[in-house]
Each structure stands twice: as C-alpha cells, then as structure tokens.
Design a protein around this ligand. Structure first.
Ligand SMILES: Nc1ncnc2c1ncn2[C@@H]1O[C@H](COP(=O)(O)OP(=O)(O)OP(=O)(O)O)[C@@H](O)[C@H]1O
Length: 681
C-alpha cells in the first residue's frame, strides 16, 4: 500500500546547501518533493505497462543474439546489420524516453536525475520508475562528491540511495577519470556491513546495477573459502562488499590495496560502530592513506546520538546529513501494525502458531528470539520452520535464507543476525518472543516487514511480570496496540473456514468411497447433519477439542480473573491477603502470574479452568468482586513497581514483604561505542 511520507526533516543548513548544489532540474525536484508519495511500483497500470516494455526489450535482445557478430560478413550484410543495430539502439532509447515522458510529472522520476541509460534500463526492468525520498534527496549530493550521513526508516530504499550515485560517479561522474581500470585493478568502492547475509544482499544489488554499467563486484565474508576471494581480488574488482572481520583478514594478508579507493560506505553504521565491530572498522578505514580523496557515506534507520558523535571522525567537516526521521516521534516503520500480547515463556510455543494463523495473511513470518539455543528449539517445535543464527554453518545459513526467500518454507526463527537490513519479499509478520534489549533492535526487527510501501504486522510477546515495554514504546515512538492472545475458538473458526474451502476443492471421485460411512453416521448419530459436518471440518483442521486460553499468560486450560475489592490494591501481597479471606491456602498458592492493573484498582491472575467454580464461589465475600476477564485491562509495568504510587512489583511471593521490583530495562542508552559486548547472534 503506498504510504505518504511527510518529508524530510533534513538538518536545515545542510538541506539548504544540498538544494543549492544539485543540478537545476533535480534541485527543483527536491523542492517539489516536500510531500512525496512512495510508489512501490505496485500500481497495476504501471506493472502492465512495464510488462509490455519487458516484452519489447526481450525482442530487442533476441535481435542482438541473432546478430552474432563473430561471423565474417559481406559488405551488404554488414550494412544491414549496422542498420538493424542502429534501429535497436533507437528503440531502446525510445523505451527510456517513453518512461521519462510517462513519469515526467513525478519529481522523483528517474529521468529527473543524472542516471545514465543502461542504469535506468536496469532499474525499470526491476520495476523501479522513480526514486524513493531518501534516494532523491541524496543522489546529487553523493554524485557531486560530498560525504553524507543518511537516515530513513526501515524499508525505504537506503541501499539504492548509495548504490546508484556511486555507480554514476564511477562511470560518468567526478571519479570516472581517476578510477583504475584493467586487470588487477584495486577497488574503487568499499562497503562494510554487519552480517554476511546483508553483505550478500547488497552485493547482489551491485551485481545487478553495477553489472549493467560494466563494473564488477565481489563479496568478502567469513566462513567462506578464502582462495576464491583472493583470486577475485587479484584479477581486480571495482567494488568490494563485505563484513569487517574478513576484510581485515584480506588486508593483513596483503590481498587488498586501498590506494585507488573513491568511496567507503558504512551501512547500518550504528551497528558497525558498536563494540565487536568498531576496532575492525577503525583498522580498515585507517588503511586509507589519504582520506581526503575518498567519499565516506554512512546509512542507517537508527542513529543514536553517540553514533553521530563518533562517526564525524570518519567524515569530512563539510559532510551533509539527510535525515528523514529527524525529531519525529515515530522512529519505527509507519507501515507496520505494532501489537503487544502478554505471554509467559512457557506458553510461547503454543501461542505462536495461532498468531501466525491470525496475522500472517498466508505470507512469510520471521520470529526473533534472544538466544541461539531458543531459536533452534522453537524452529524444532513449529511446523515448517527453520532456524537462522550465528552457530549454524555459513553454507547452511545461505541455504536456509535462500529457501525462505524462495518460499520453500514460510517461517524463519532467527536471532538478531536477521534483524538488520534483510529485504525479503512478502514478509507479512514479525514475532518477537520477548522485548529486545534496546530500542534499535525493536525498530530493525519490526522493519523486516512493511517494506517499500507495503504493510505488515509486528507482534511482540511480553511477560507482564518481567518485561518493561514502556521504555521501547517511549524511545521508538510506537503506540502499541495492547491485545490479548488469539482465543482458541477464534483460531479454530479461521481454521474451519480454511478447511471448508479445502473440502470444496476435493474431487467428487472420493464420494462413492465415503458415502456409505457418511450415511451410517447420519443414521446413528444424534447430532444434526450440520453438527456432524462441523466435527468433520474440525478433524480436517486438526482439532479434537478446543481448550480455553488465559489472556494473561496465554497458557492453555487457564482462565484469567480480575479481583477488585472496592478500594485501591497497592501491592500483590494485599491482593493475596484479600484472596486468603475466602480461599484455602492451597488454592491461593495455585494462582499464576498475579499482576496489578494500571489503574491501581485491581489485580489479574490465572487459575486452572478446573478451579474456576471454586474461585467464583468465593466472590460473595464482603466487597470482593471476582470475574472472568474478557479483555485484558492495562497492567502496571515492572518499572512502576519501584516505589511508584501503586508500588509492589510482580514477584510471585505470596507472603508480602519481598517483591522483585526490577531494575528497569537491561539495555540502557548506549554510551561511547555502544553498549553491547561482542555479538553472539
Ligand atoms: N525507488 C524504488 N522504487 C521501488 N522499490 C524500491 C526503490 N528503491 C528501493 N526499492 C525496494 O525497496 C526495498 C527496501 O529497500 P532497502 O532494503 O534498500 O531498504 P532500507 O531502507 O535499506 O531498509 P533497512 O533499514 O531495513 O535496511 C527493496 O526491496 C528495494 O528493492
């Protein structure tokens, strides 16, 4: 779905300079693009036209094959071929021209930028007819030689924002003359990325678009054969994409020479400058002898202030900044529905399949876990899921990701190794098993859906007794939808619909074989035909019974109750004491997850469905109300338990006195080079 992006809170002075520095037409276009509609290329008319053109293009390239210039040609034939080639060139130019005309009213149309014909052709073939805002905003700046820091929300096309102007600069722009060519040439471009998967993805873009203009690339990342990479470097490449560890390794072995470097790019710059990468990054960037001859570009969807501070070390003083997020409150993707659902860790594996059924719209799902072990465990439990994390062999990681991209399986369970940058088609749902340590992780994980103008859903599970979600809410600017777990009956209804559709598709040839049994059932059962059919559908959908599920912990066969007693409930111990007034100690001990409500008037907790009657029988005690909750009320958060008005915490201790309290989130704002130790994805 196209989204309207309120433009562009670029640092104002830099923006002024940017506008001055661009060429006439595109400078104008920047002015016009204050409000820019993201055209994801999904408009059906556009697609139809582009397909028509694809056919023409194919015909043209077939002509080319027919030409077979290797044979010896008679003068007449030569003339004919020449004429044919001229016509083909004219036709090609016409195609691009047509595209330009169609789009000329769009200020971000490709034709409004200094993008050469072969590159434009390659973009159009990929369904790209206009630049996205971050691309339009930075194109001239990069092409004209400035260092730049770029920020735009996830899925807004930051990769092409550096790929396109770099390629243009190398083939037509300022770096063309001094660029090294020929066998054994040293690279002109270095792009550093935090994960191997991301390096491969960006490399793929350079292959497509660089390939279209005759530039070669290679991808250097760990746990892959060194020899092959060495050969590529020896032959000479224009663009090197890779992860810091392996690139450092090549430098130390004397395989890479940065004397001809024109561009260095740090994609996901905040991640690259955290502990665990920063030493290698500094080592690599330090290998560029004359940094004044090199353009440095930094991109990310998240730029904490400590990054801005440290990154200026690598950029020239007259660097530009293009920040499409700026001071806007909402830092995460605006195309994503951000949902939170309470769930205890033991209920996750039961709940997640239902969340997928309800929210994935039949598309792909990525589930994020905090640990590698849990990613593997969960992938083992969930039907049709595979795991992706740092302990899995690189070759297997690539197979897994390729299988997920191609639709061989639809659920990927990953650690943060998949949180950044990965661009996979039709990822409809992100599930985070618990709140991540820092807000950046939330923004990047949830940004694996809702990309390039599409929409998506991000569900985060949290344990009300342990998690502090308000910190993430505050820092990301996301207003979470507080929902409770999909109830088994709702999920079953959805499954029943699917089963009914599936039945309609079954061949009539099965009827004779099953008809006798069906008639027998109708005659012997006391149920109506519709009831019997309902049972058959349940069986087809894999249901033998439907259990209840608590709203609080999402545990099956549990029910959530709300306790109120006509006055504020200040602490869990107070709630337990009220319950002791009419229940045995054994029943009070059986309560799970008692949590105070945000309004301070009540407490919610789970009880076994079998005990429900016993609990409800006691509600007549003086002033006490106890009811089954249909919708979970807002709960007090862990933070507030520390001496807040309703203090008291969420410990399960039944006797009052010692409540856990918690010490706020685990993350805390990063300082210096960030706050995480060496990555263990
Ligand atoms: N101008 C464009 N028109 C249509 N689609 C585009 C355009 N530019 C990029 N895309 C597509 O948008 C998707 C997202 O792009 P990209 O991966 O570069 O986003 P990003 O901003 O780097 O996201 P993240 O912050 O998550 O890394 C890709 O599938 C890309 O092909």
């Amino acid at each position: 779905m196209p989204a309207l992006v309120e433009s562009e809170t670029m640092a104002s002075e830099d923006l002024m300079e940017l506008k001055k520095s661009g060429n006439g037409s595109s400078a104008d276009s920047h002015k016009k693009s204050k409000k820019t509609k993201i055209d994801s290329g999904s408009d059906s008319e556009e697609i139809k036209k582009s397909k028509k053109k694809d056919k023409k293009r194919k015909a043209l390239s077939l002509d080319d094959q027919e030409n077979g210039y290797s044979e010896v040609l008679e003068p007449d034939e030569k003339k004919k071929k020449k004429k044919k080639k001229k016509k083909k060139d004219e036709d090609e130019a016409k195609l691009v021209e047509e595209d330009s005309e169609e789009k000329e009213e769009d200020p971000n149309a490709l034709s409004n930028f200094r993008i050469s014909v072969p590159l434009r052709e390659a973009l159009i073939t990929k369904g790209i007819h206009a630049l996205f805002p971050i691309q339009a905003m930075t194109f001239d700046t990069i092409l004209d030689g400035s260092d730049l820091v770029g920020r735009a929300r996830t899925g807004q096309g930051k990769t092409l924002a550096f790929v396109l102007p770099i390629l243009e600069s190398l083939i037509n722009g300022p770096t063309k003359v001094s660029r090294k060519t020929g066998y054994g040439r040293a690279p002109s471009v270095l792009v550093l990325l935090p994960t191997r998967e991301l390096a491969l993805q960006v490399f793929a873009d350079f292959e497509v678009y660089g390939g279209a203009v005759g530039l070669t690339s290679c991808c250097l990342y760990g746990n892959s054969p060194m020899g092959q990479q060495q050969v590529q470097l020896k032959r000479g490449v224009d663009i090197v994409v890779g992860t810091p560890g392996r690139i450092k390794d090549h430098i130390e072995r004397g395989n890479i020479d940065f004397r001809s470097l024109k561009f260095r790019v740090l994609d996901e710059v905040d991640e690259m400058l955290k502990i665990g990468f920063v030493d290698d990054v500094e080592f690599i960037l330090g290998k560029v002898e004359d940094a004044s001859q090199v353009q440095t570009l930094l991109f990310s969807a998240t730029l904490p202030s400590w990054v801005k501070h440290i990154s200026s070390k690598f950029l020239k003083p007259d660097k530009k900044t293009a920040d499409l997020v700026g001071d806007e409150k909402m830092k995460a993707s605006k195309n994503v529905r951000h949902i939170i659902i309470p769930c205890s860790s033991s209920a996750r594996s039961q709940l997640i399949p239902d969340i997928i059924r309800c929210y994935s719209s039949g598309g792909r799902t990525i589930i994020f876990t905090e640990t590698r072990g849990y990613a593997s465990e969960l992938a083992g439990i969930l039907p049709g899921a595979r795991a992706l994390h740092g302990e899995i062999q690189q070759s297997q990681r690539e197979i897994t990701l390729a299988g997920f991209r191609s639709g061989k399986f639809l659920t990927l369970v990953a650690t943060n190794v998949a949180a950044r940058g990965l661009d996979i088609d039709n990822v409809q749902l992100i599930v985070q098993c618990e709140p991540p340590r820092d807000v950046e992780a939330y923004i990047h994980r949830s940004g694996r859906t809702g990309r390039a103008g599409n929409t998506g859903v991000a569900v985060m599970l949290y344990d009300p007794k342990k998690s502090n979600i308000s910190k993430i809410e505050r820092e990301s600017g996301v207003k979470f939808e507080h929902l409770s777990a999909p109830q088994p009956a709702d999920v079953a209804k959805a499954a029943g619909k699917e089963a009914a559709e599936a039945i309609a598709e079954i061949s009539d040839s099965v009827i004779p074989a099953f008809k006798a049994a069906a008639e027998e059932l109708l005659h012997t059962s006391e149920l109506s035909p519709a009831e019997l059919l309902a049972k058959a559908l349940a069986k087809a959908a894999g249901y033998s019974e439907i259990n209840s599920r608590s709203l609080l912990s999402s545990m099956e066969n549990c029910v959530t109750l709300l306790l109120e007693c006509g006055r504020p409930i200040f602490s869990p111990s107070f709630a337990y004491n009220v319950l002791r007034g009419f229940l045995s100690e054994e029943k009070v001990e059986s309560i799970k997850g008692l949590t105070l409500t945000a309004d301070g008037k009540g407490a919610v907790f789970d009880v076994s469905a079998d005990d429900l009657d016993t609990f409800l029988a006691g509600k007549n005690a003086q002033g006490v109300s106890l009811e089954v909750v249909k919708e979970l009320p807002r709960l007090q958060e862990k933070d507030q338990s520390r001496g807040g008005r309703f203090g008291g915490g969420f410990s399960d201790r039944r006797n009052g006195g010692r409540f856990s309290g918690g010490r706020g989130g685990r993350g805390g704002g990063g300082r210096g080079y960030g706050n995480l130790g060496r990555r263990r994805w």
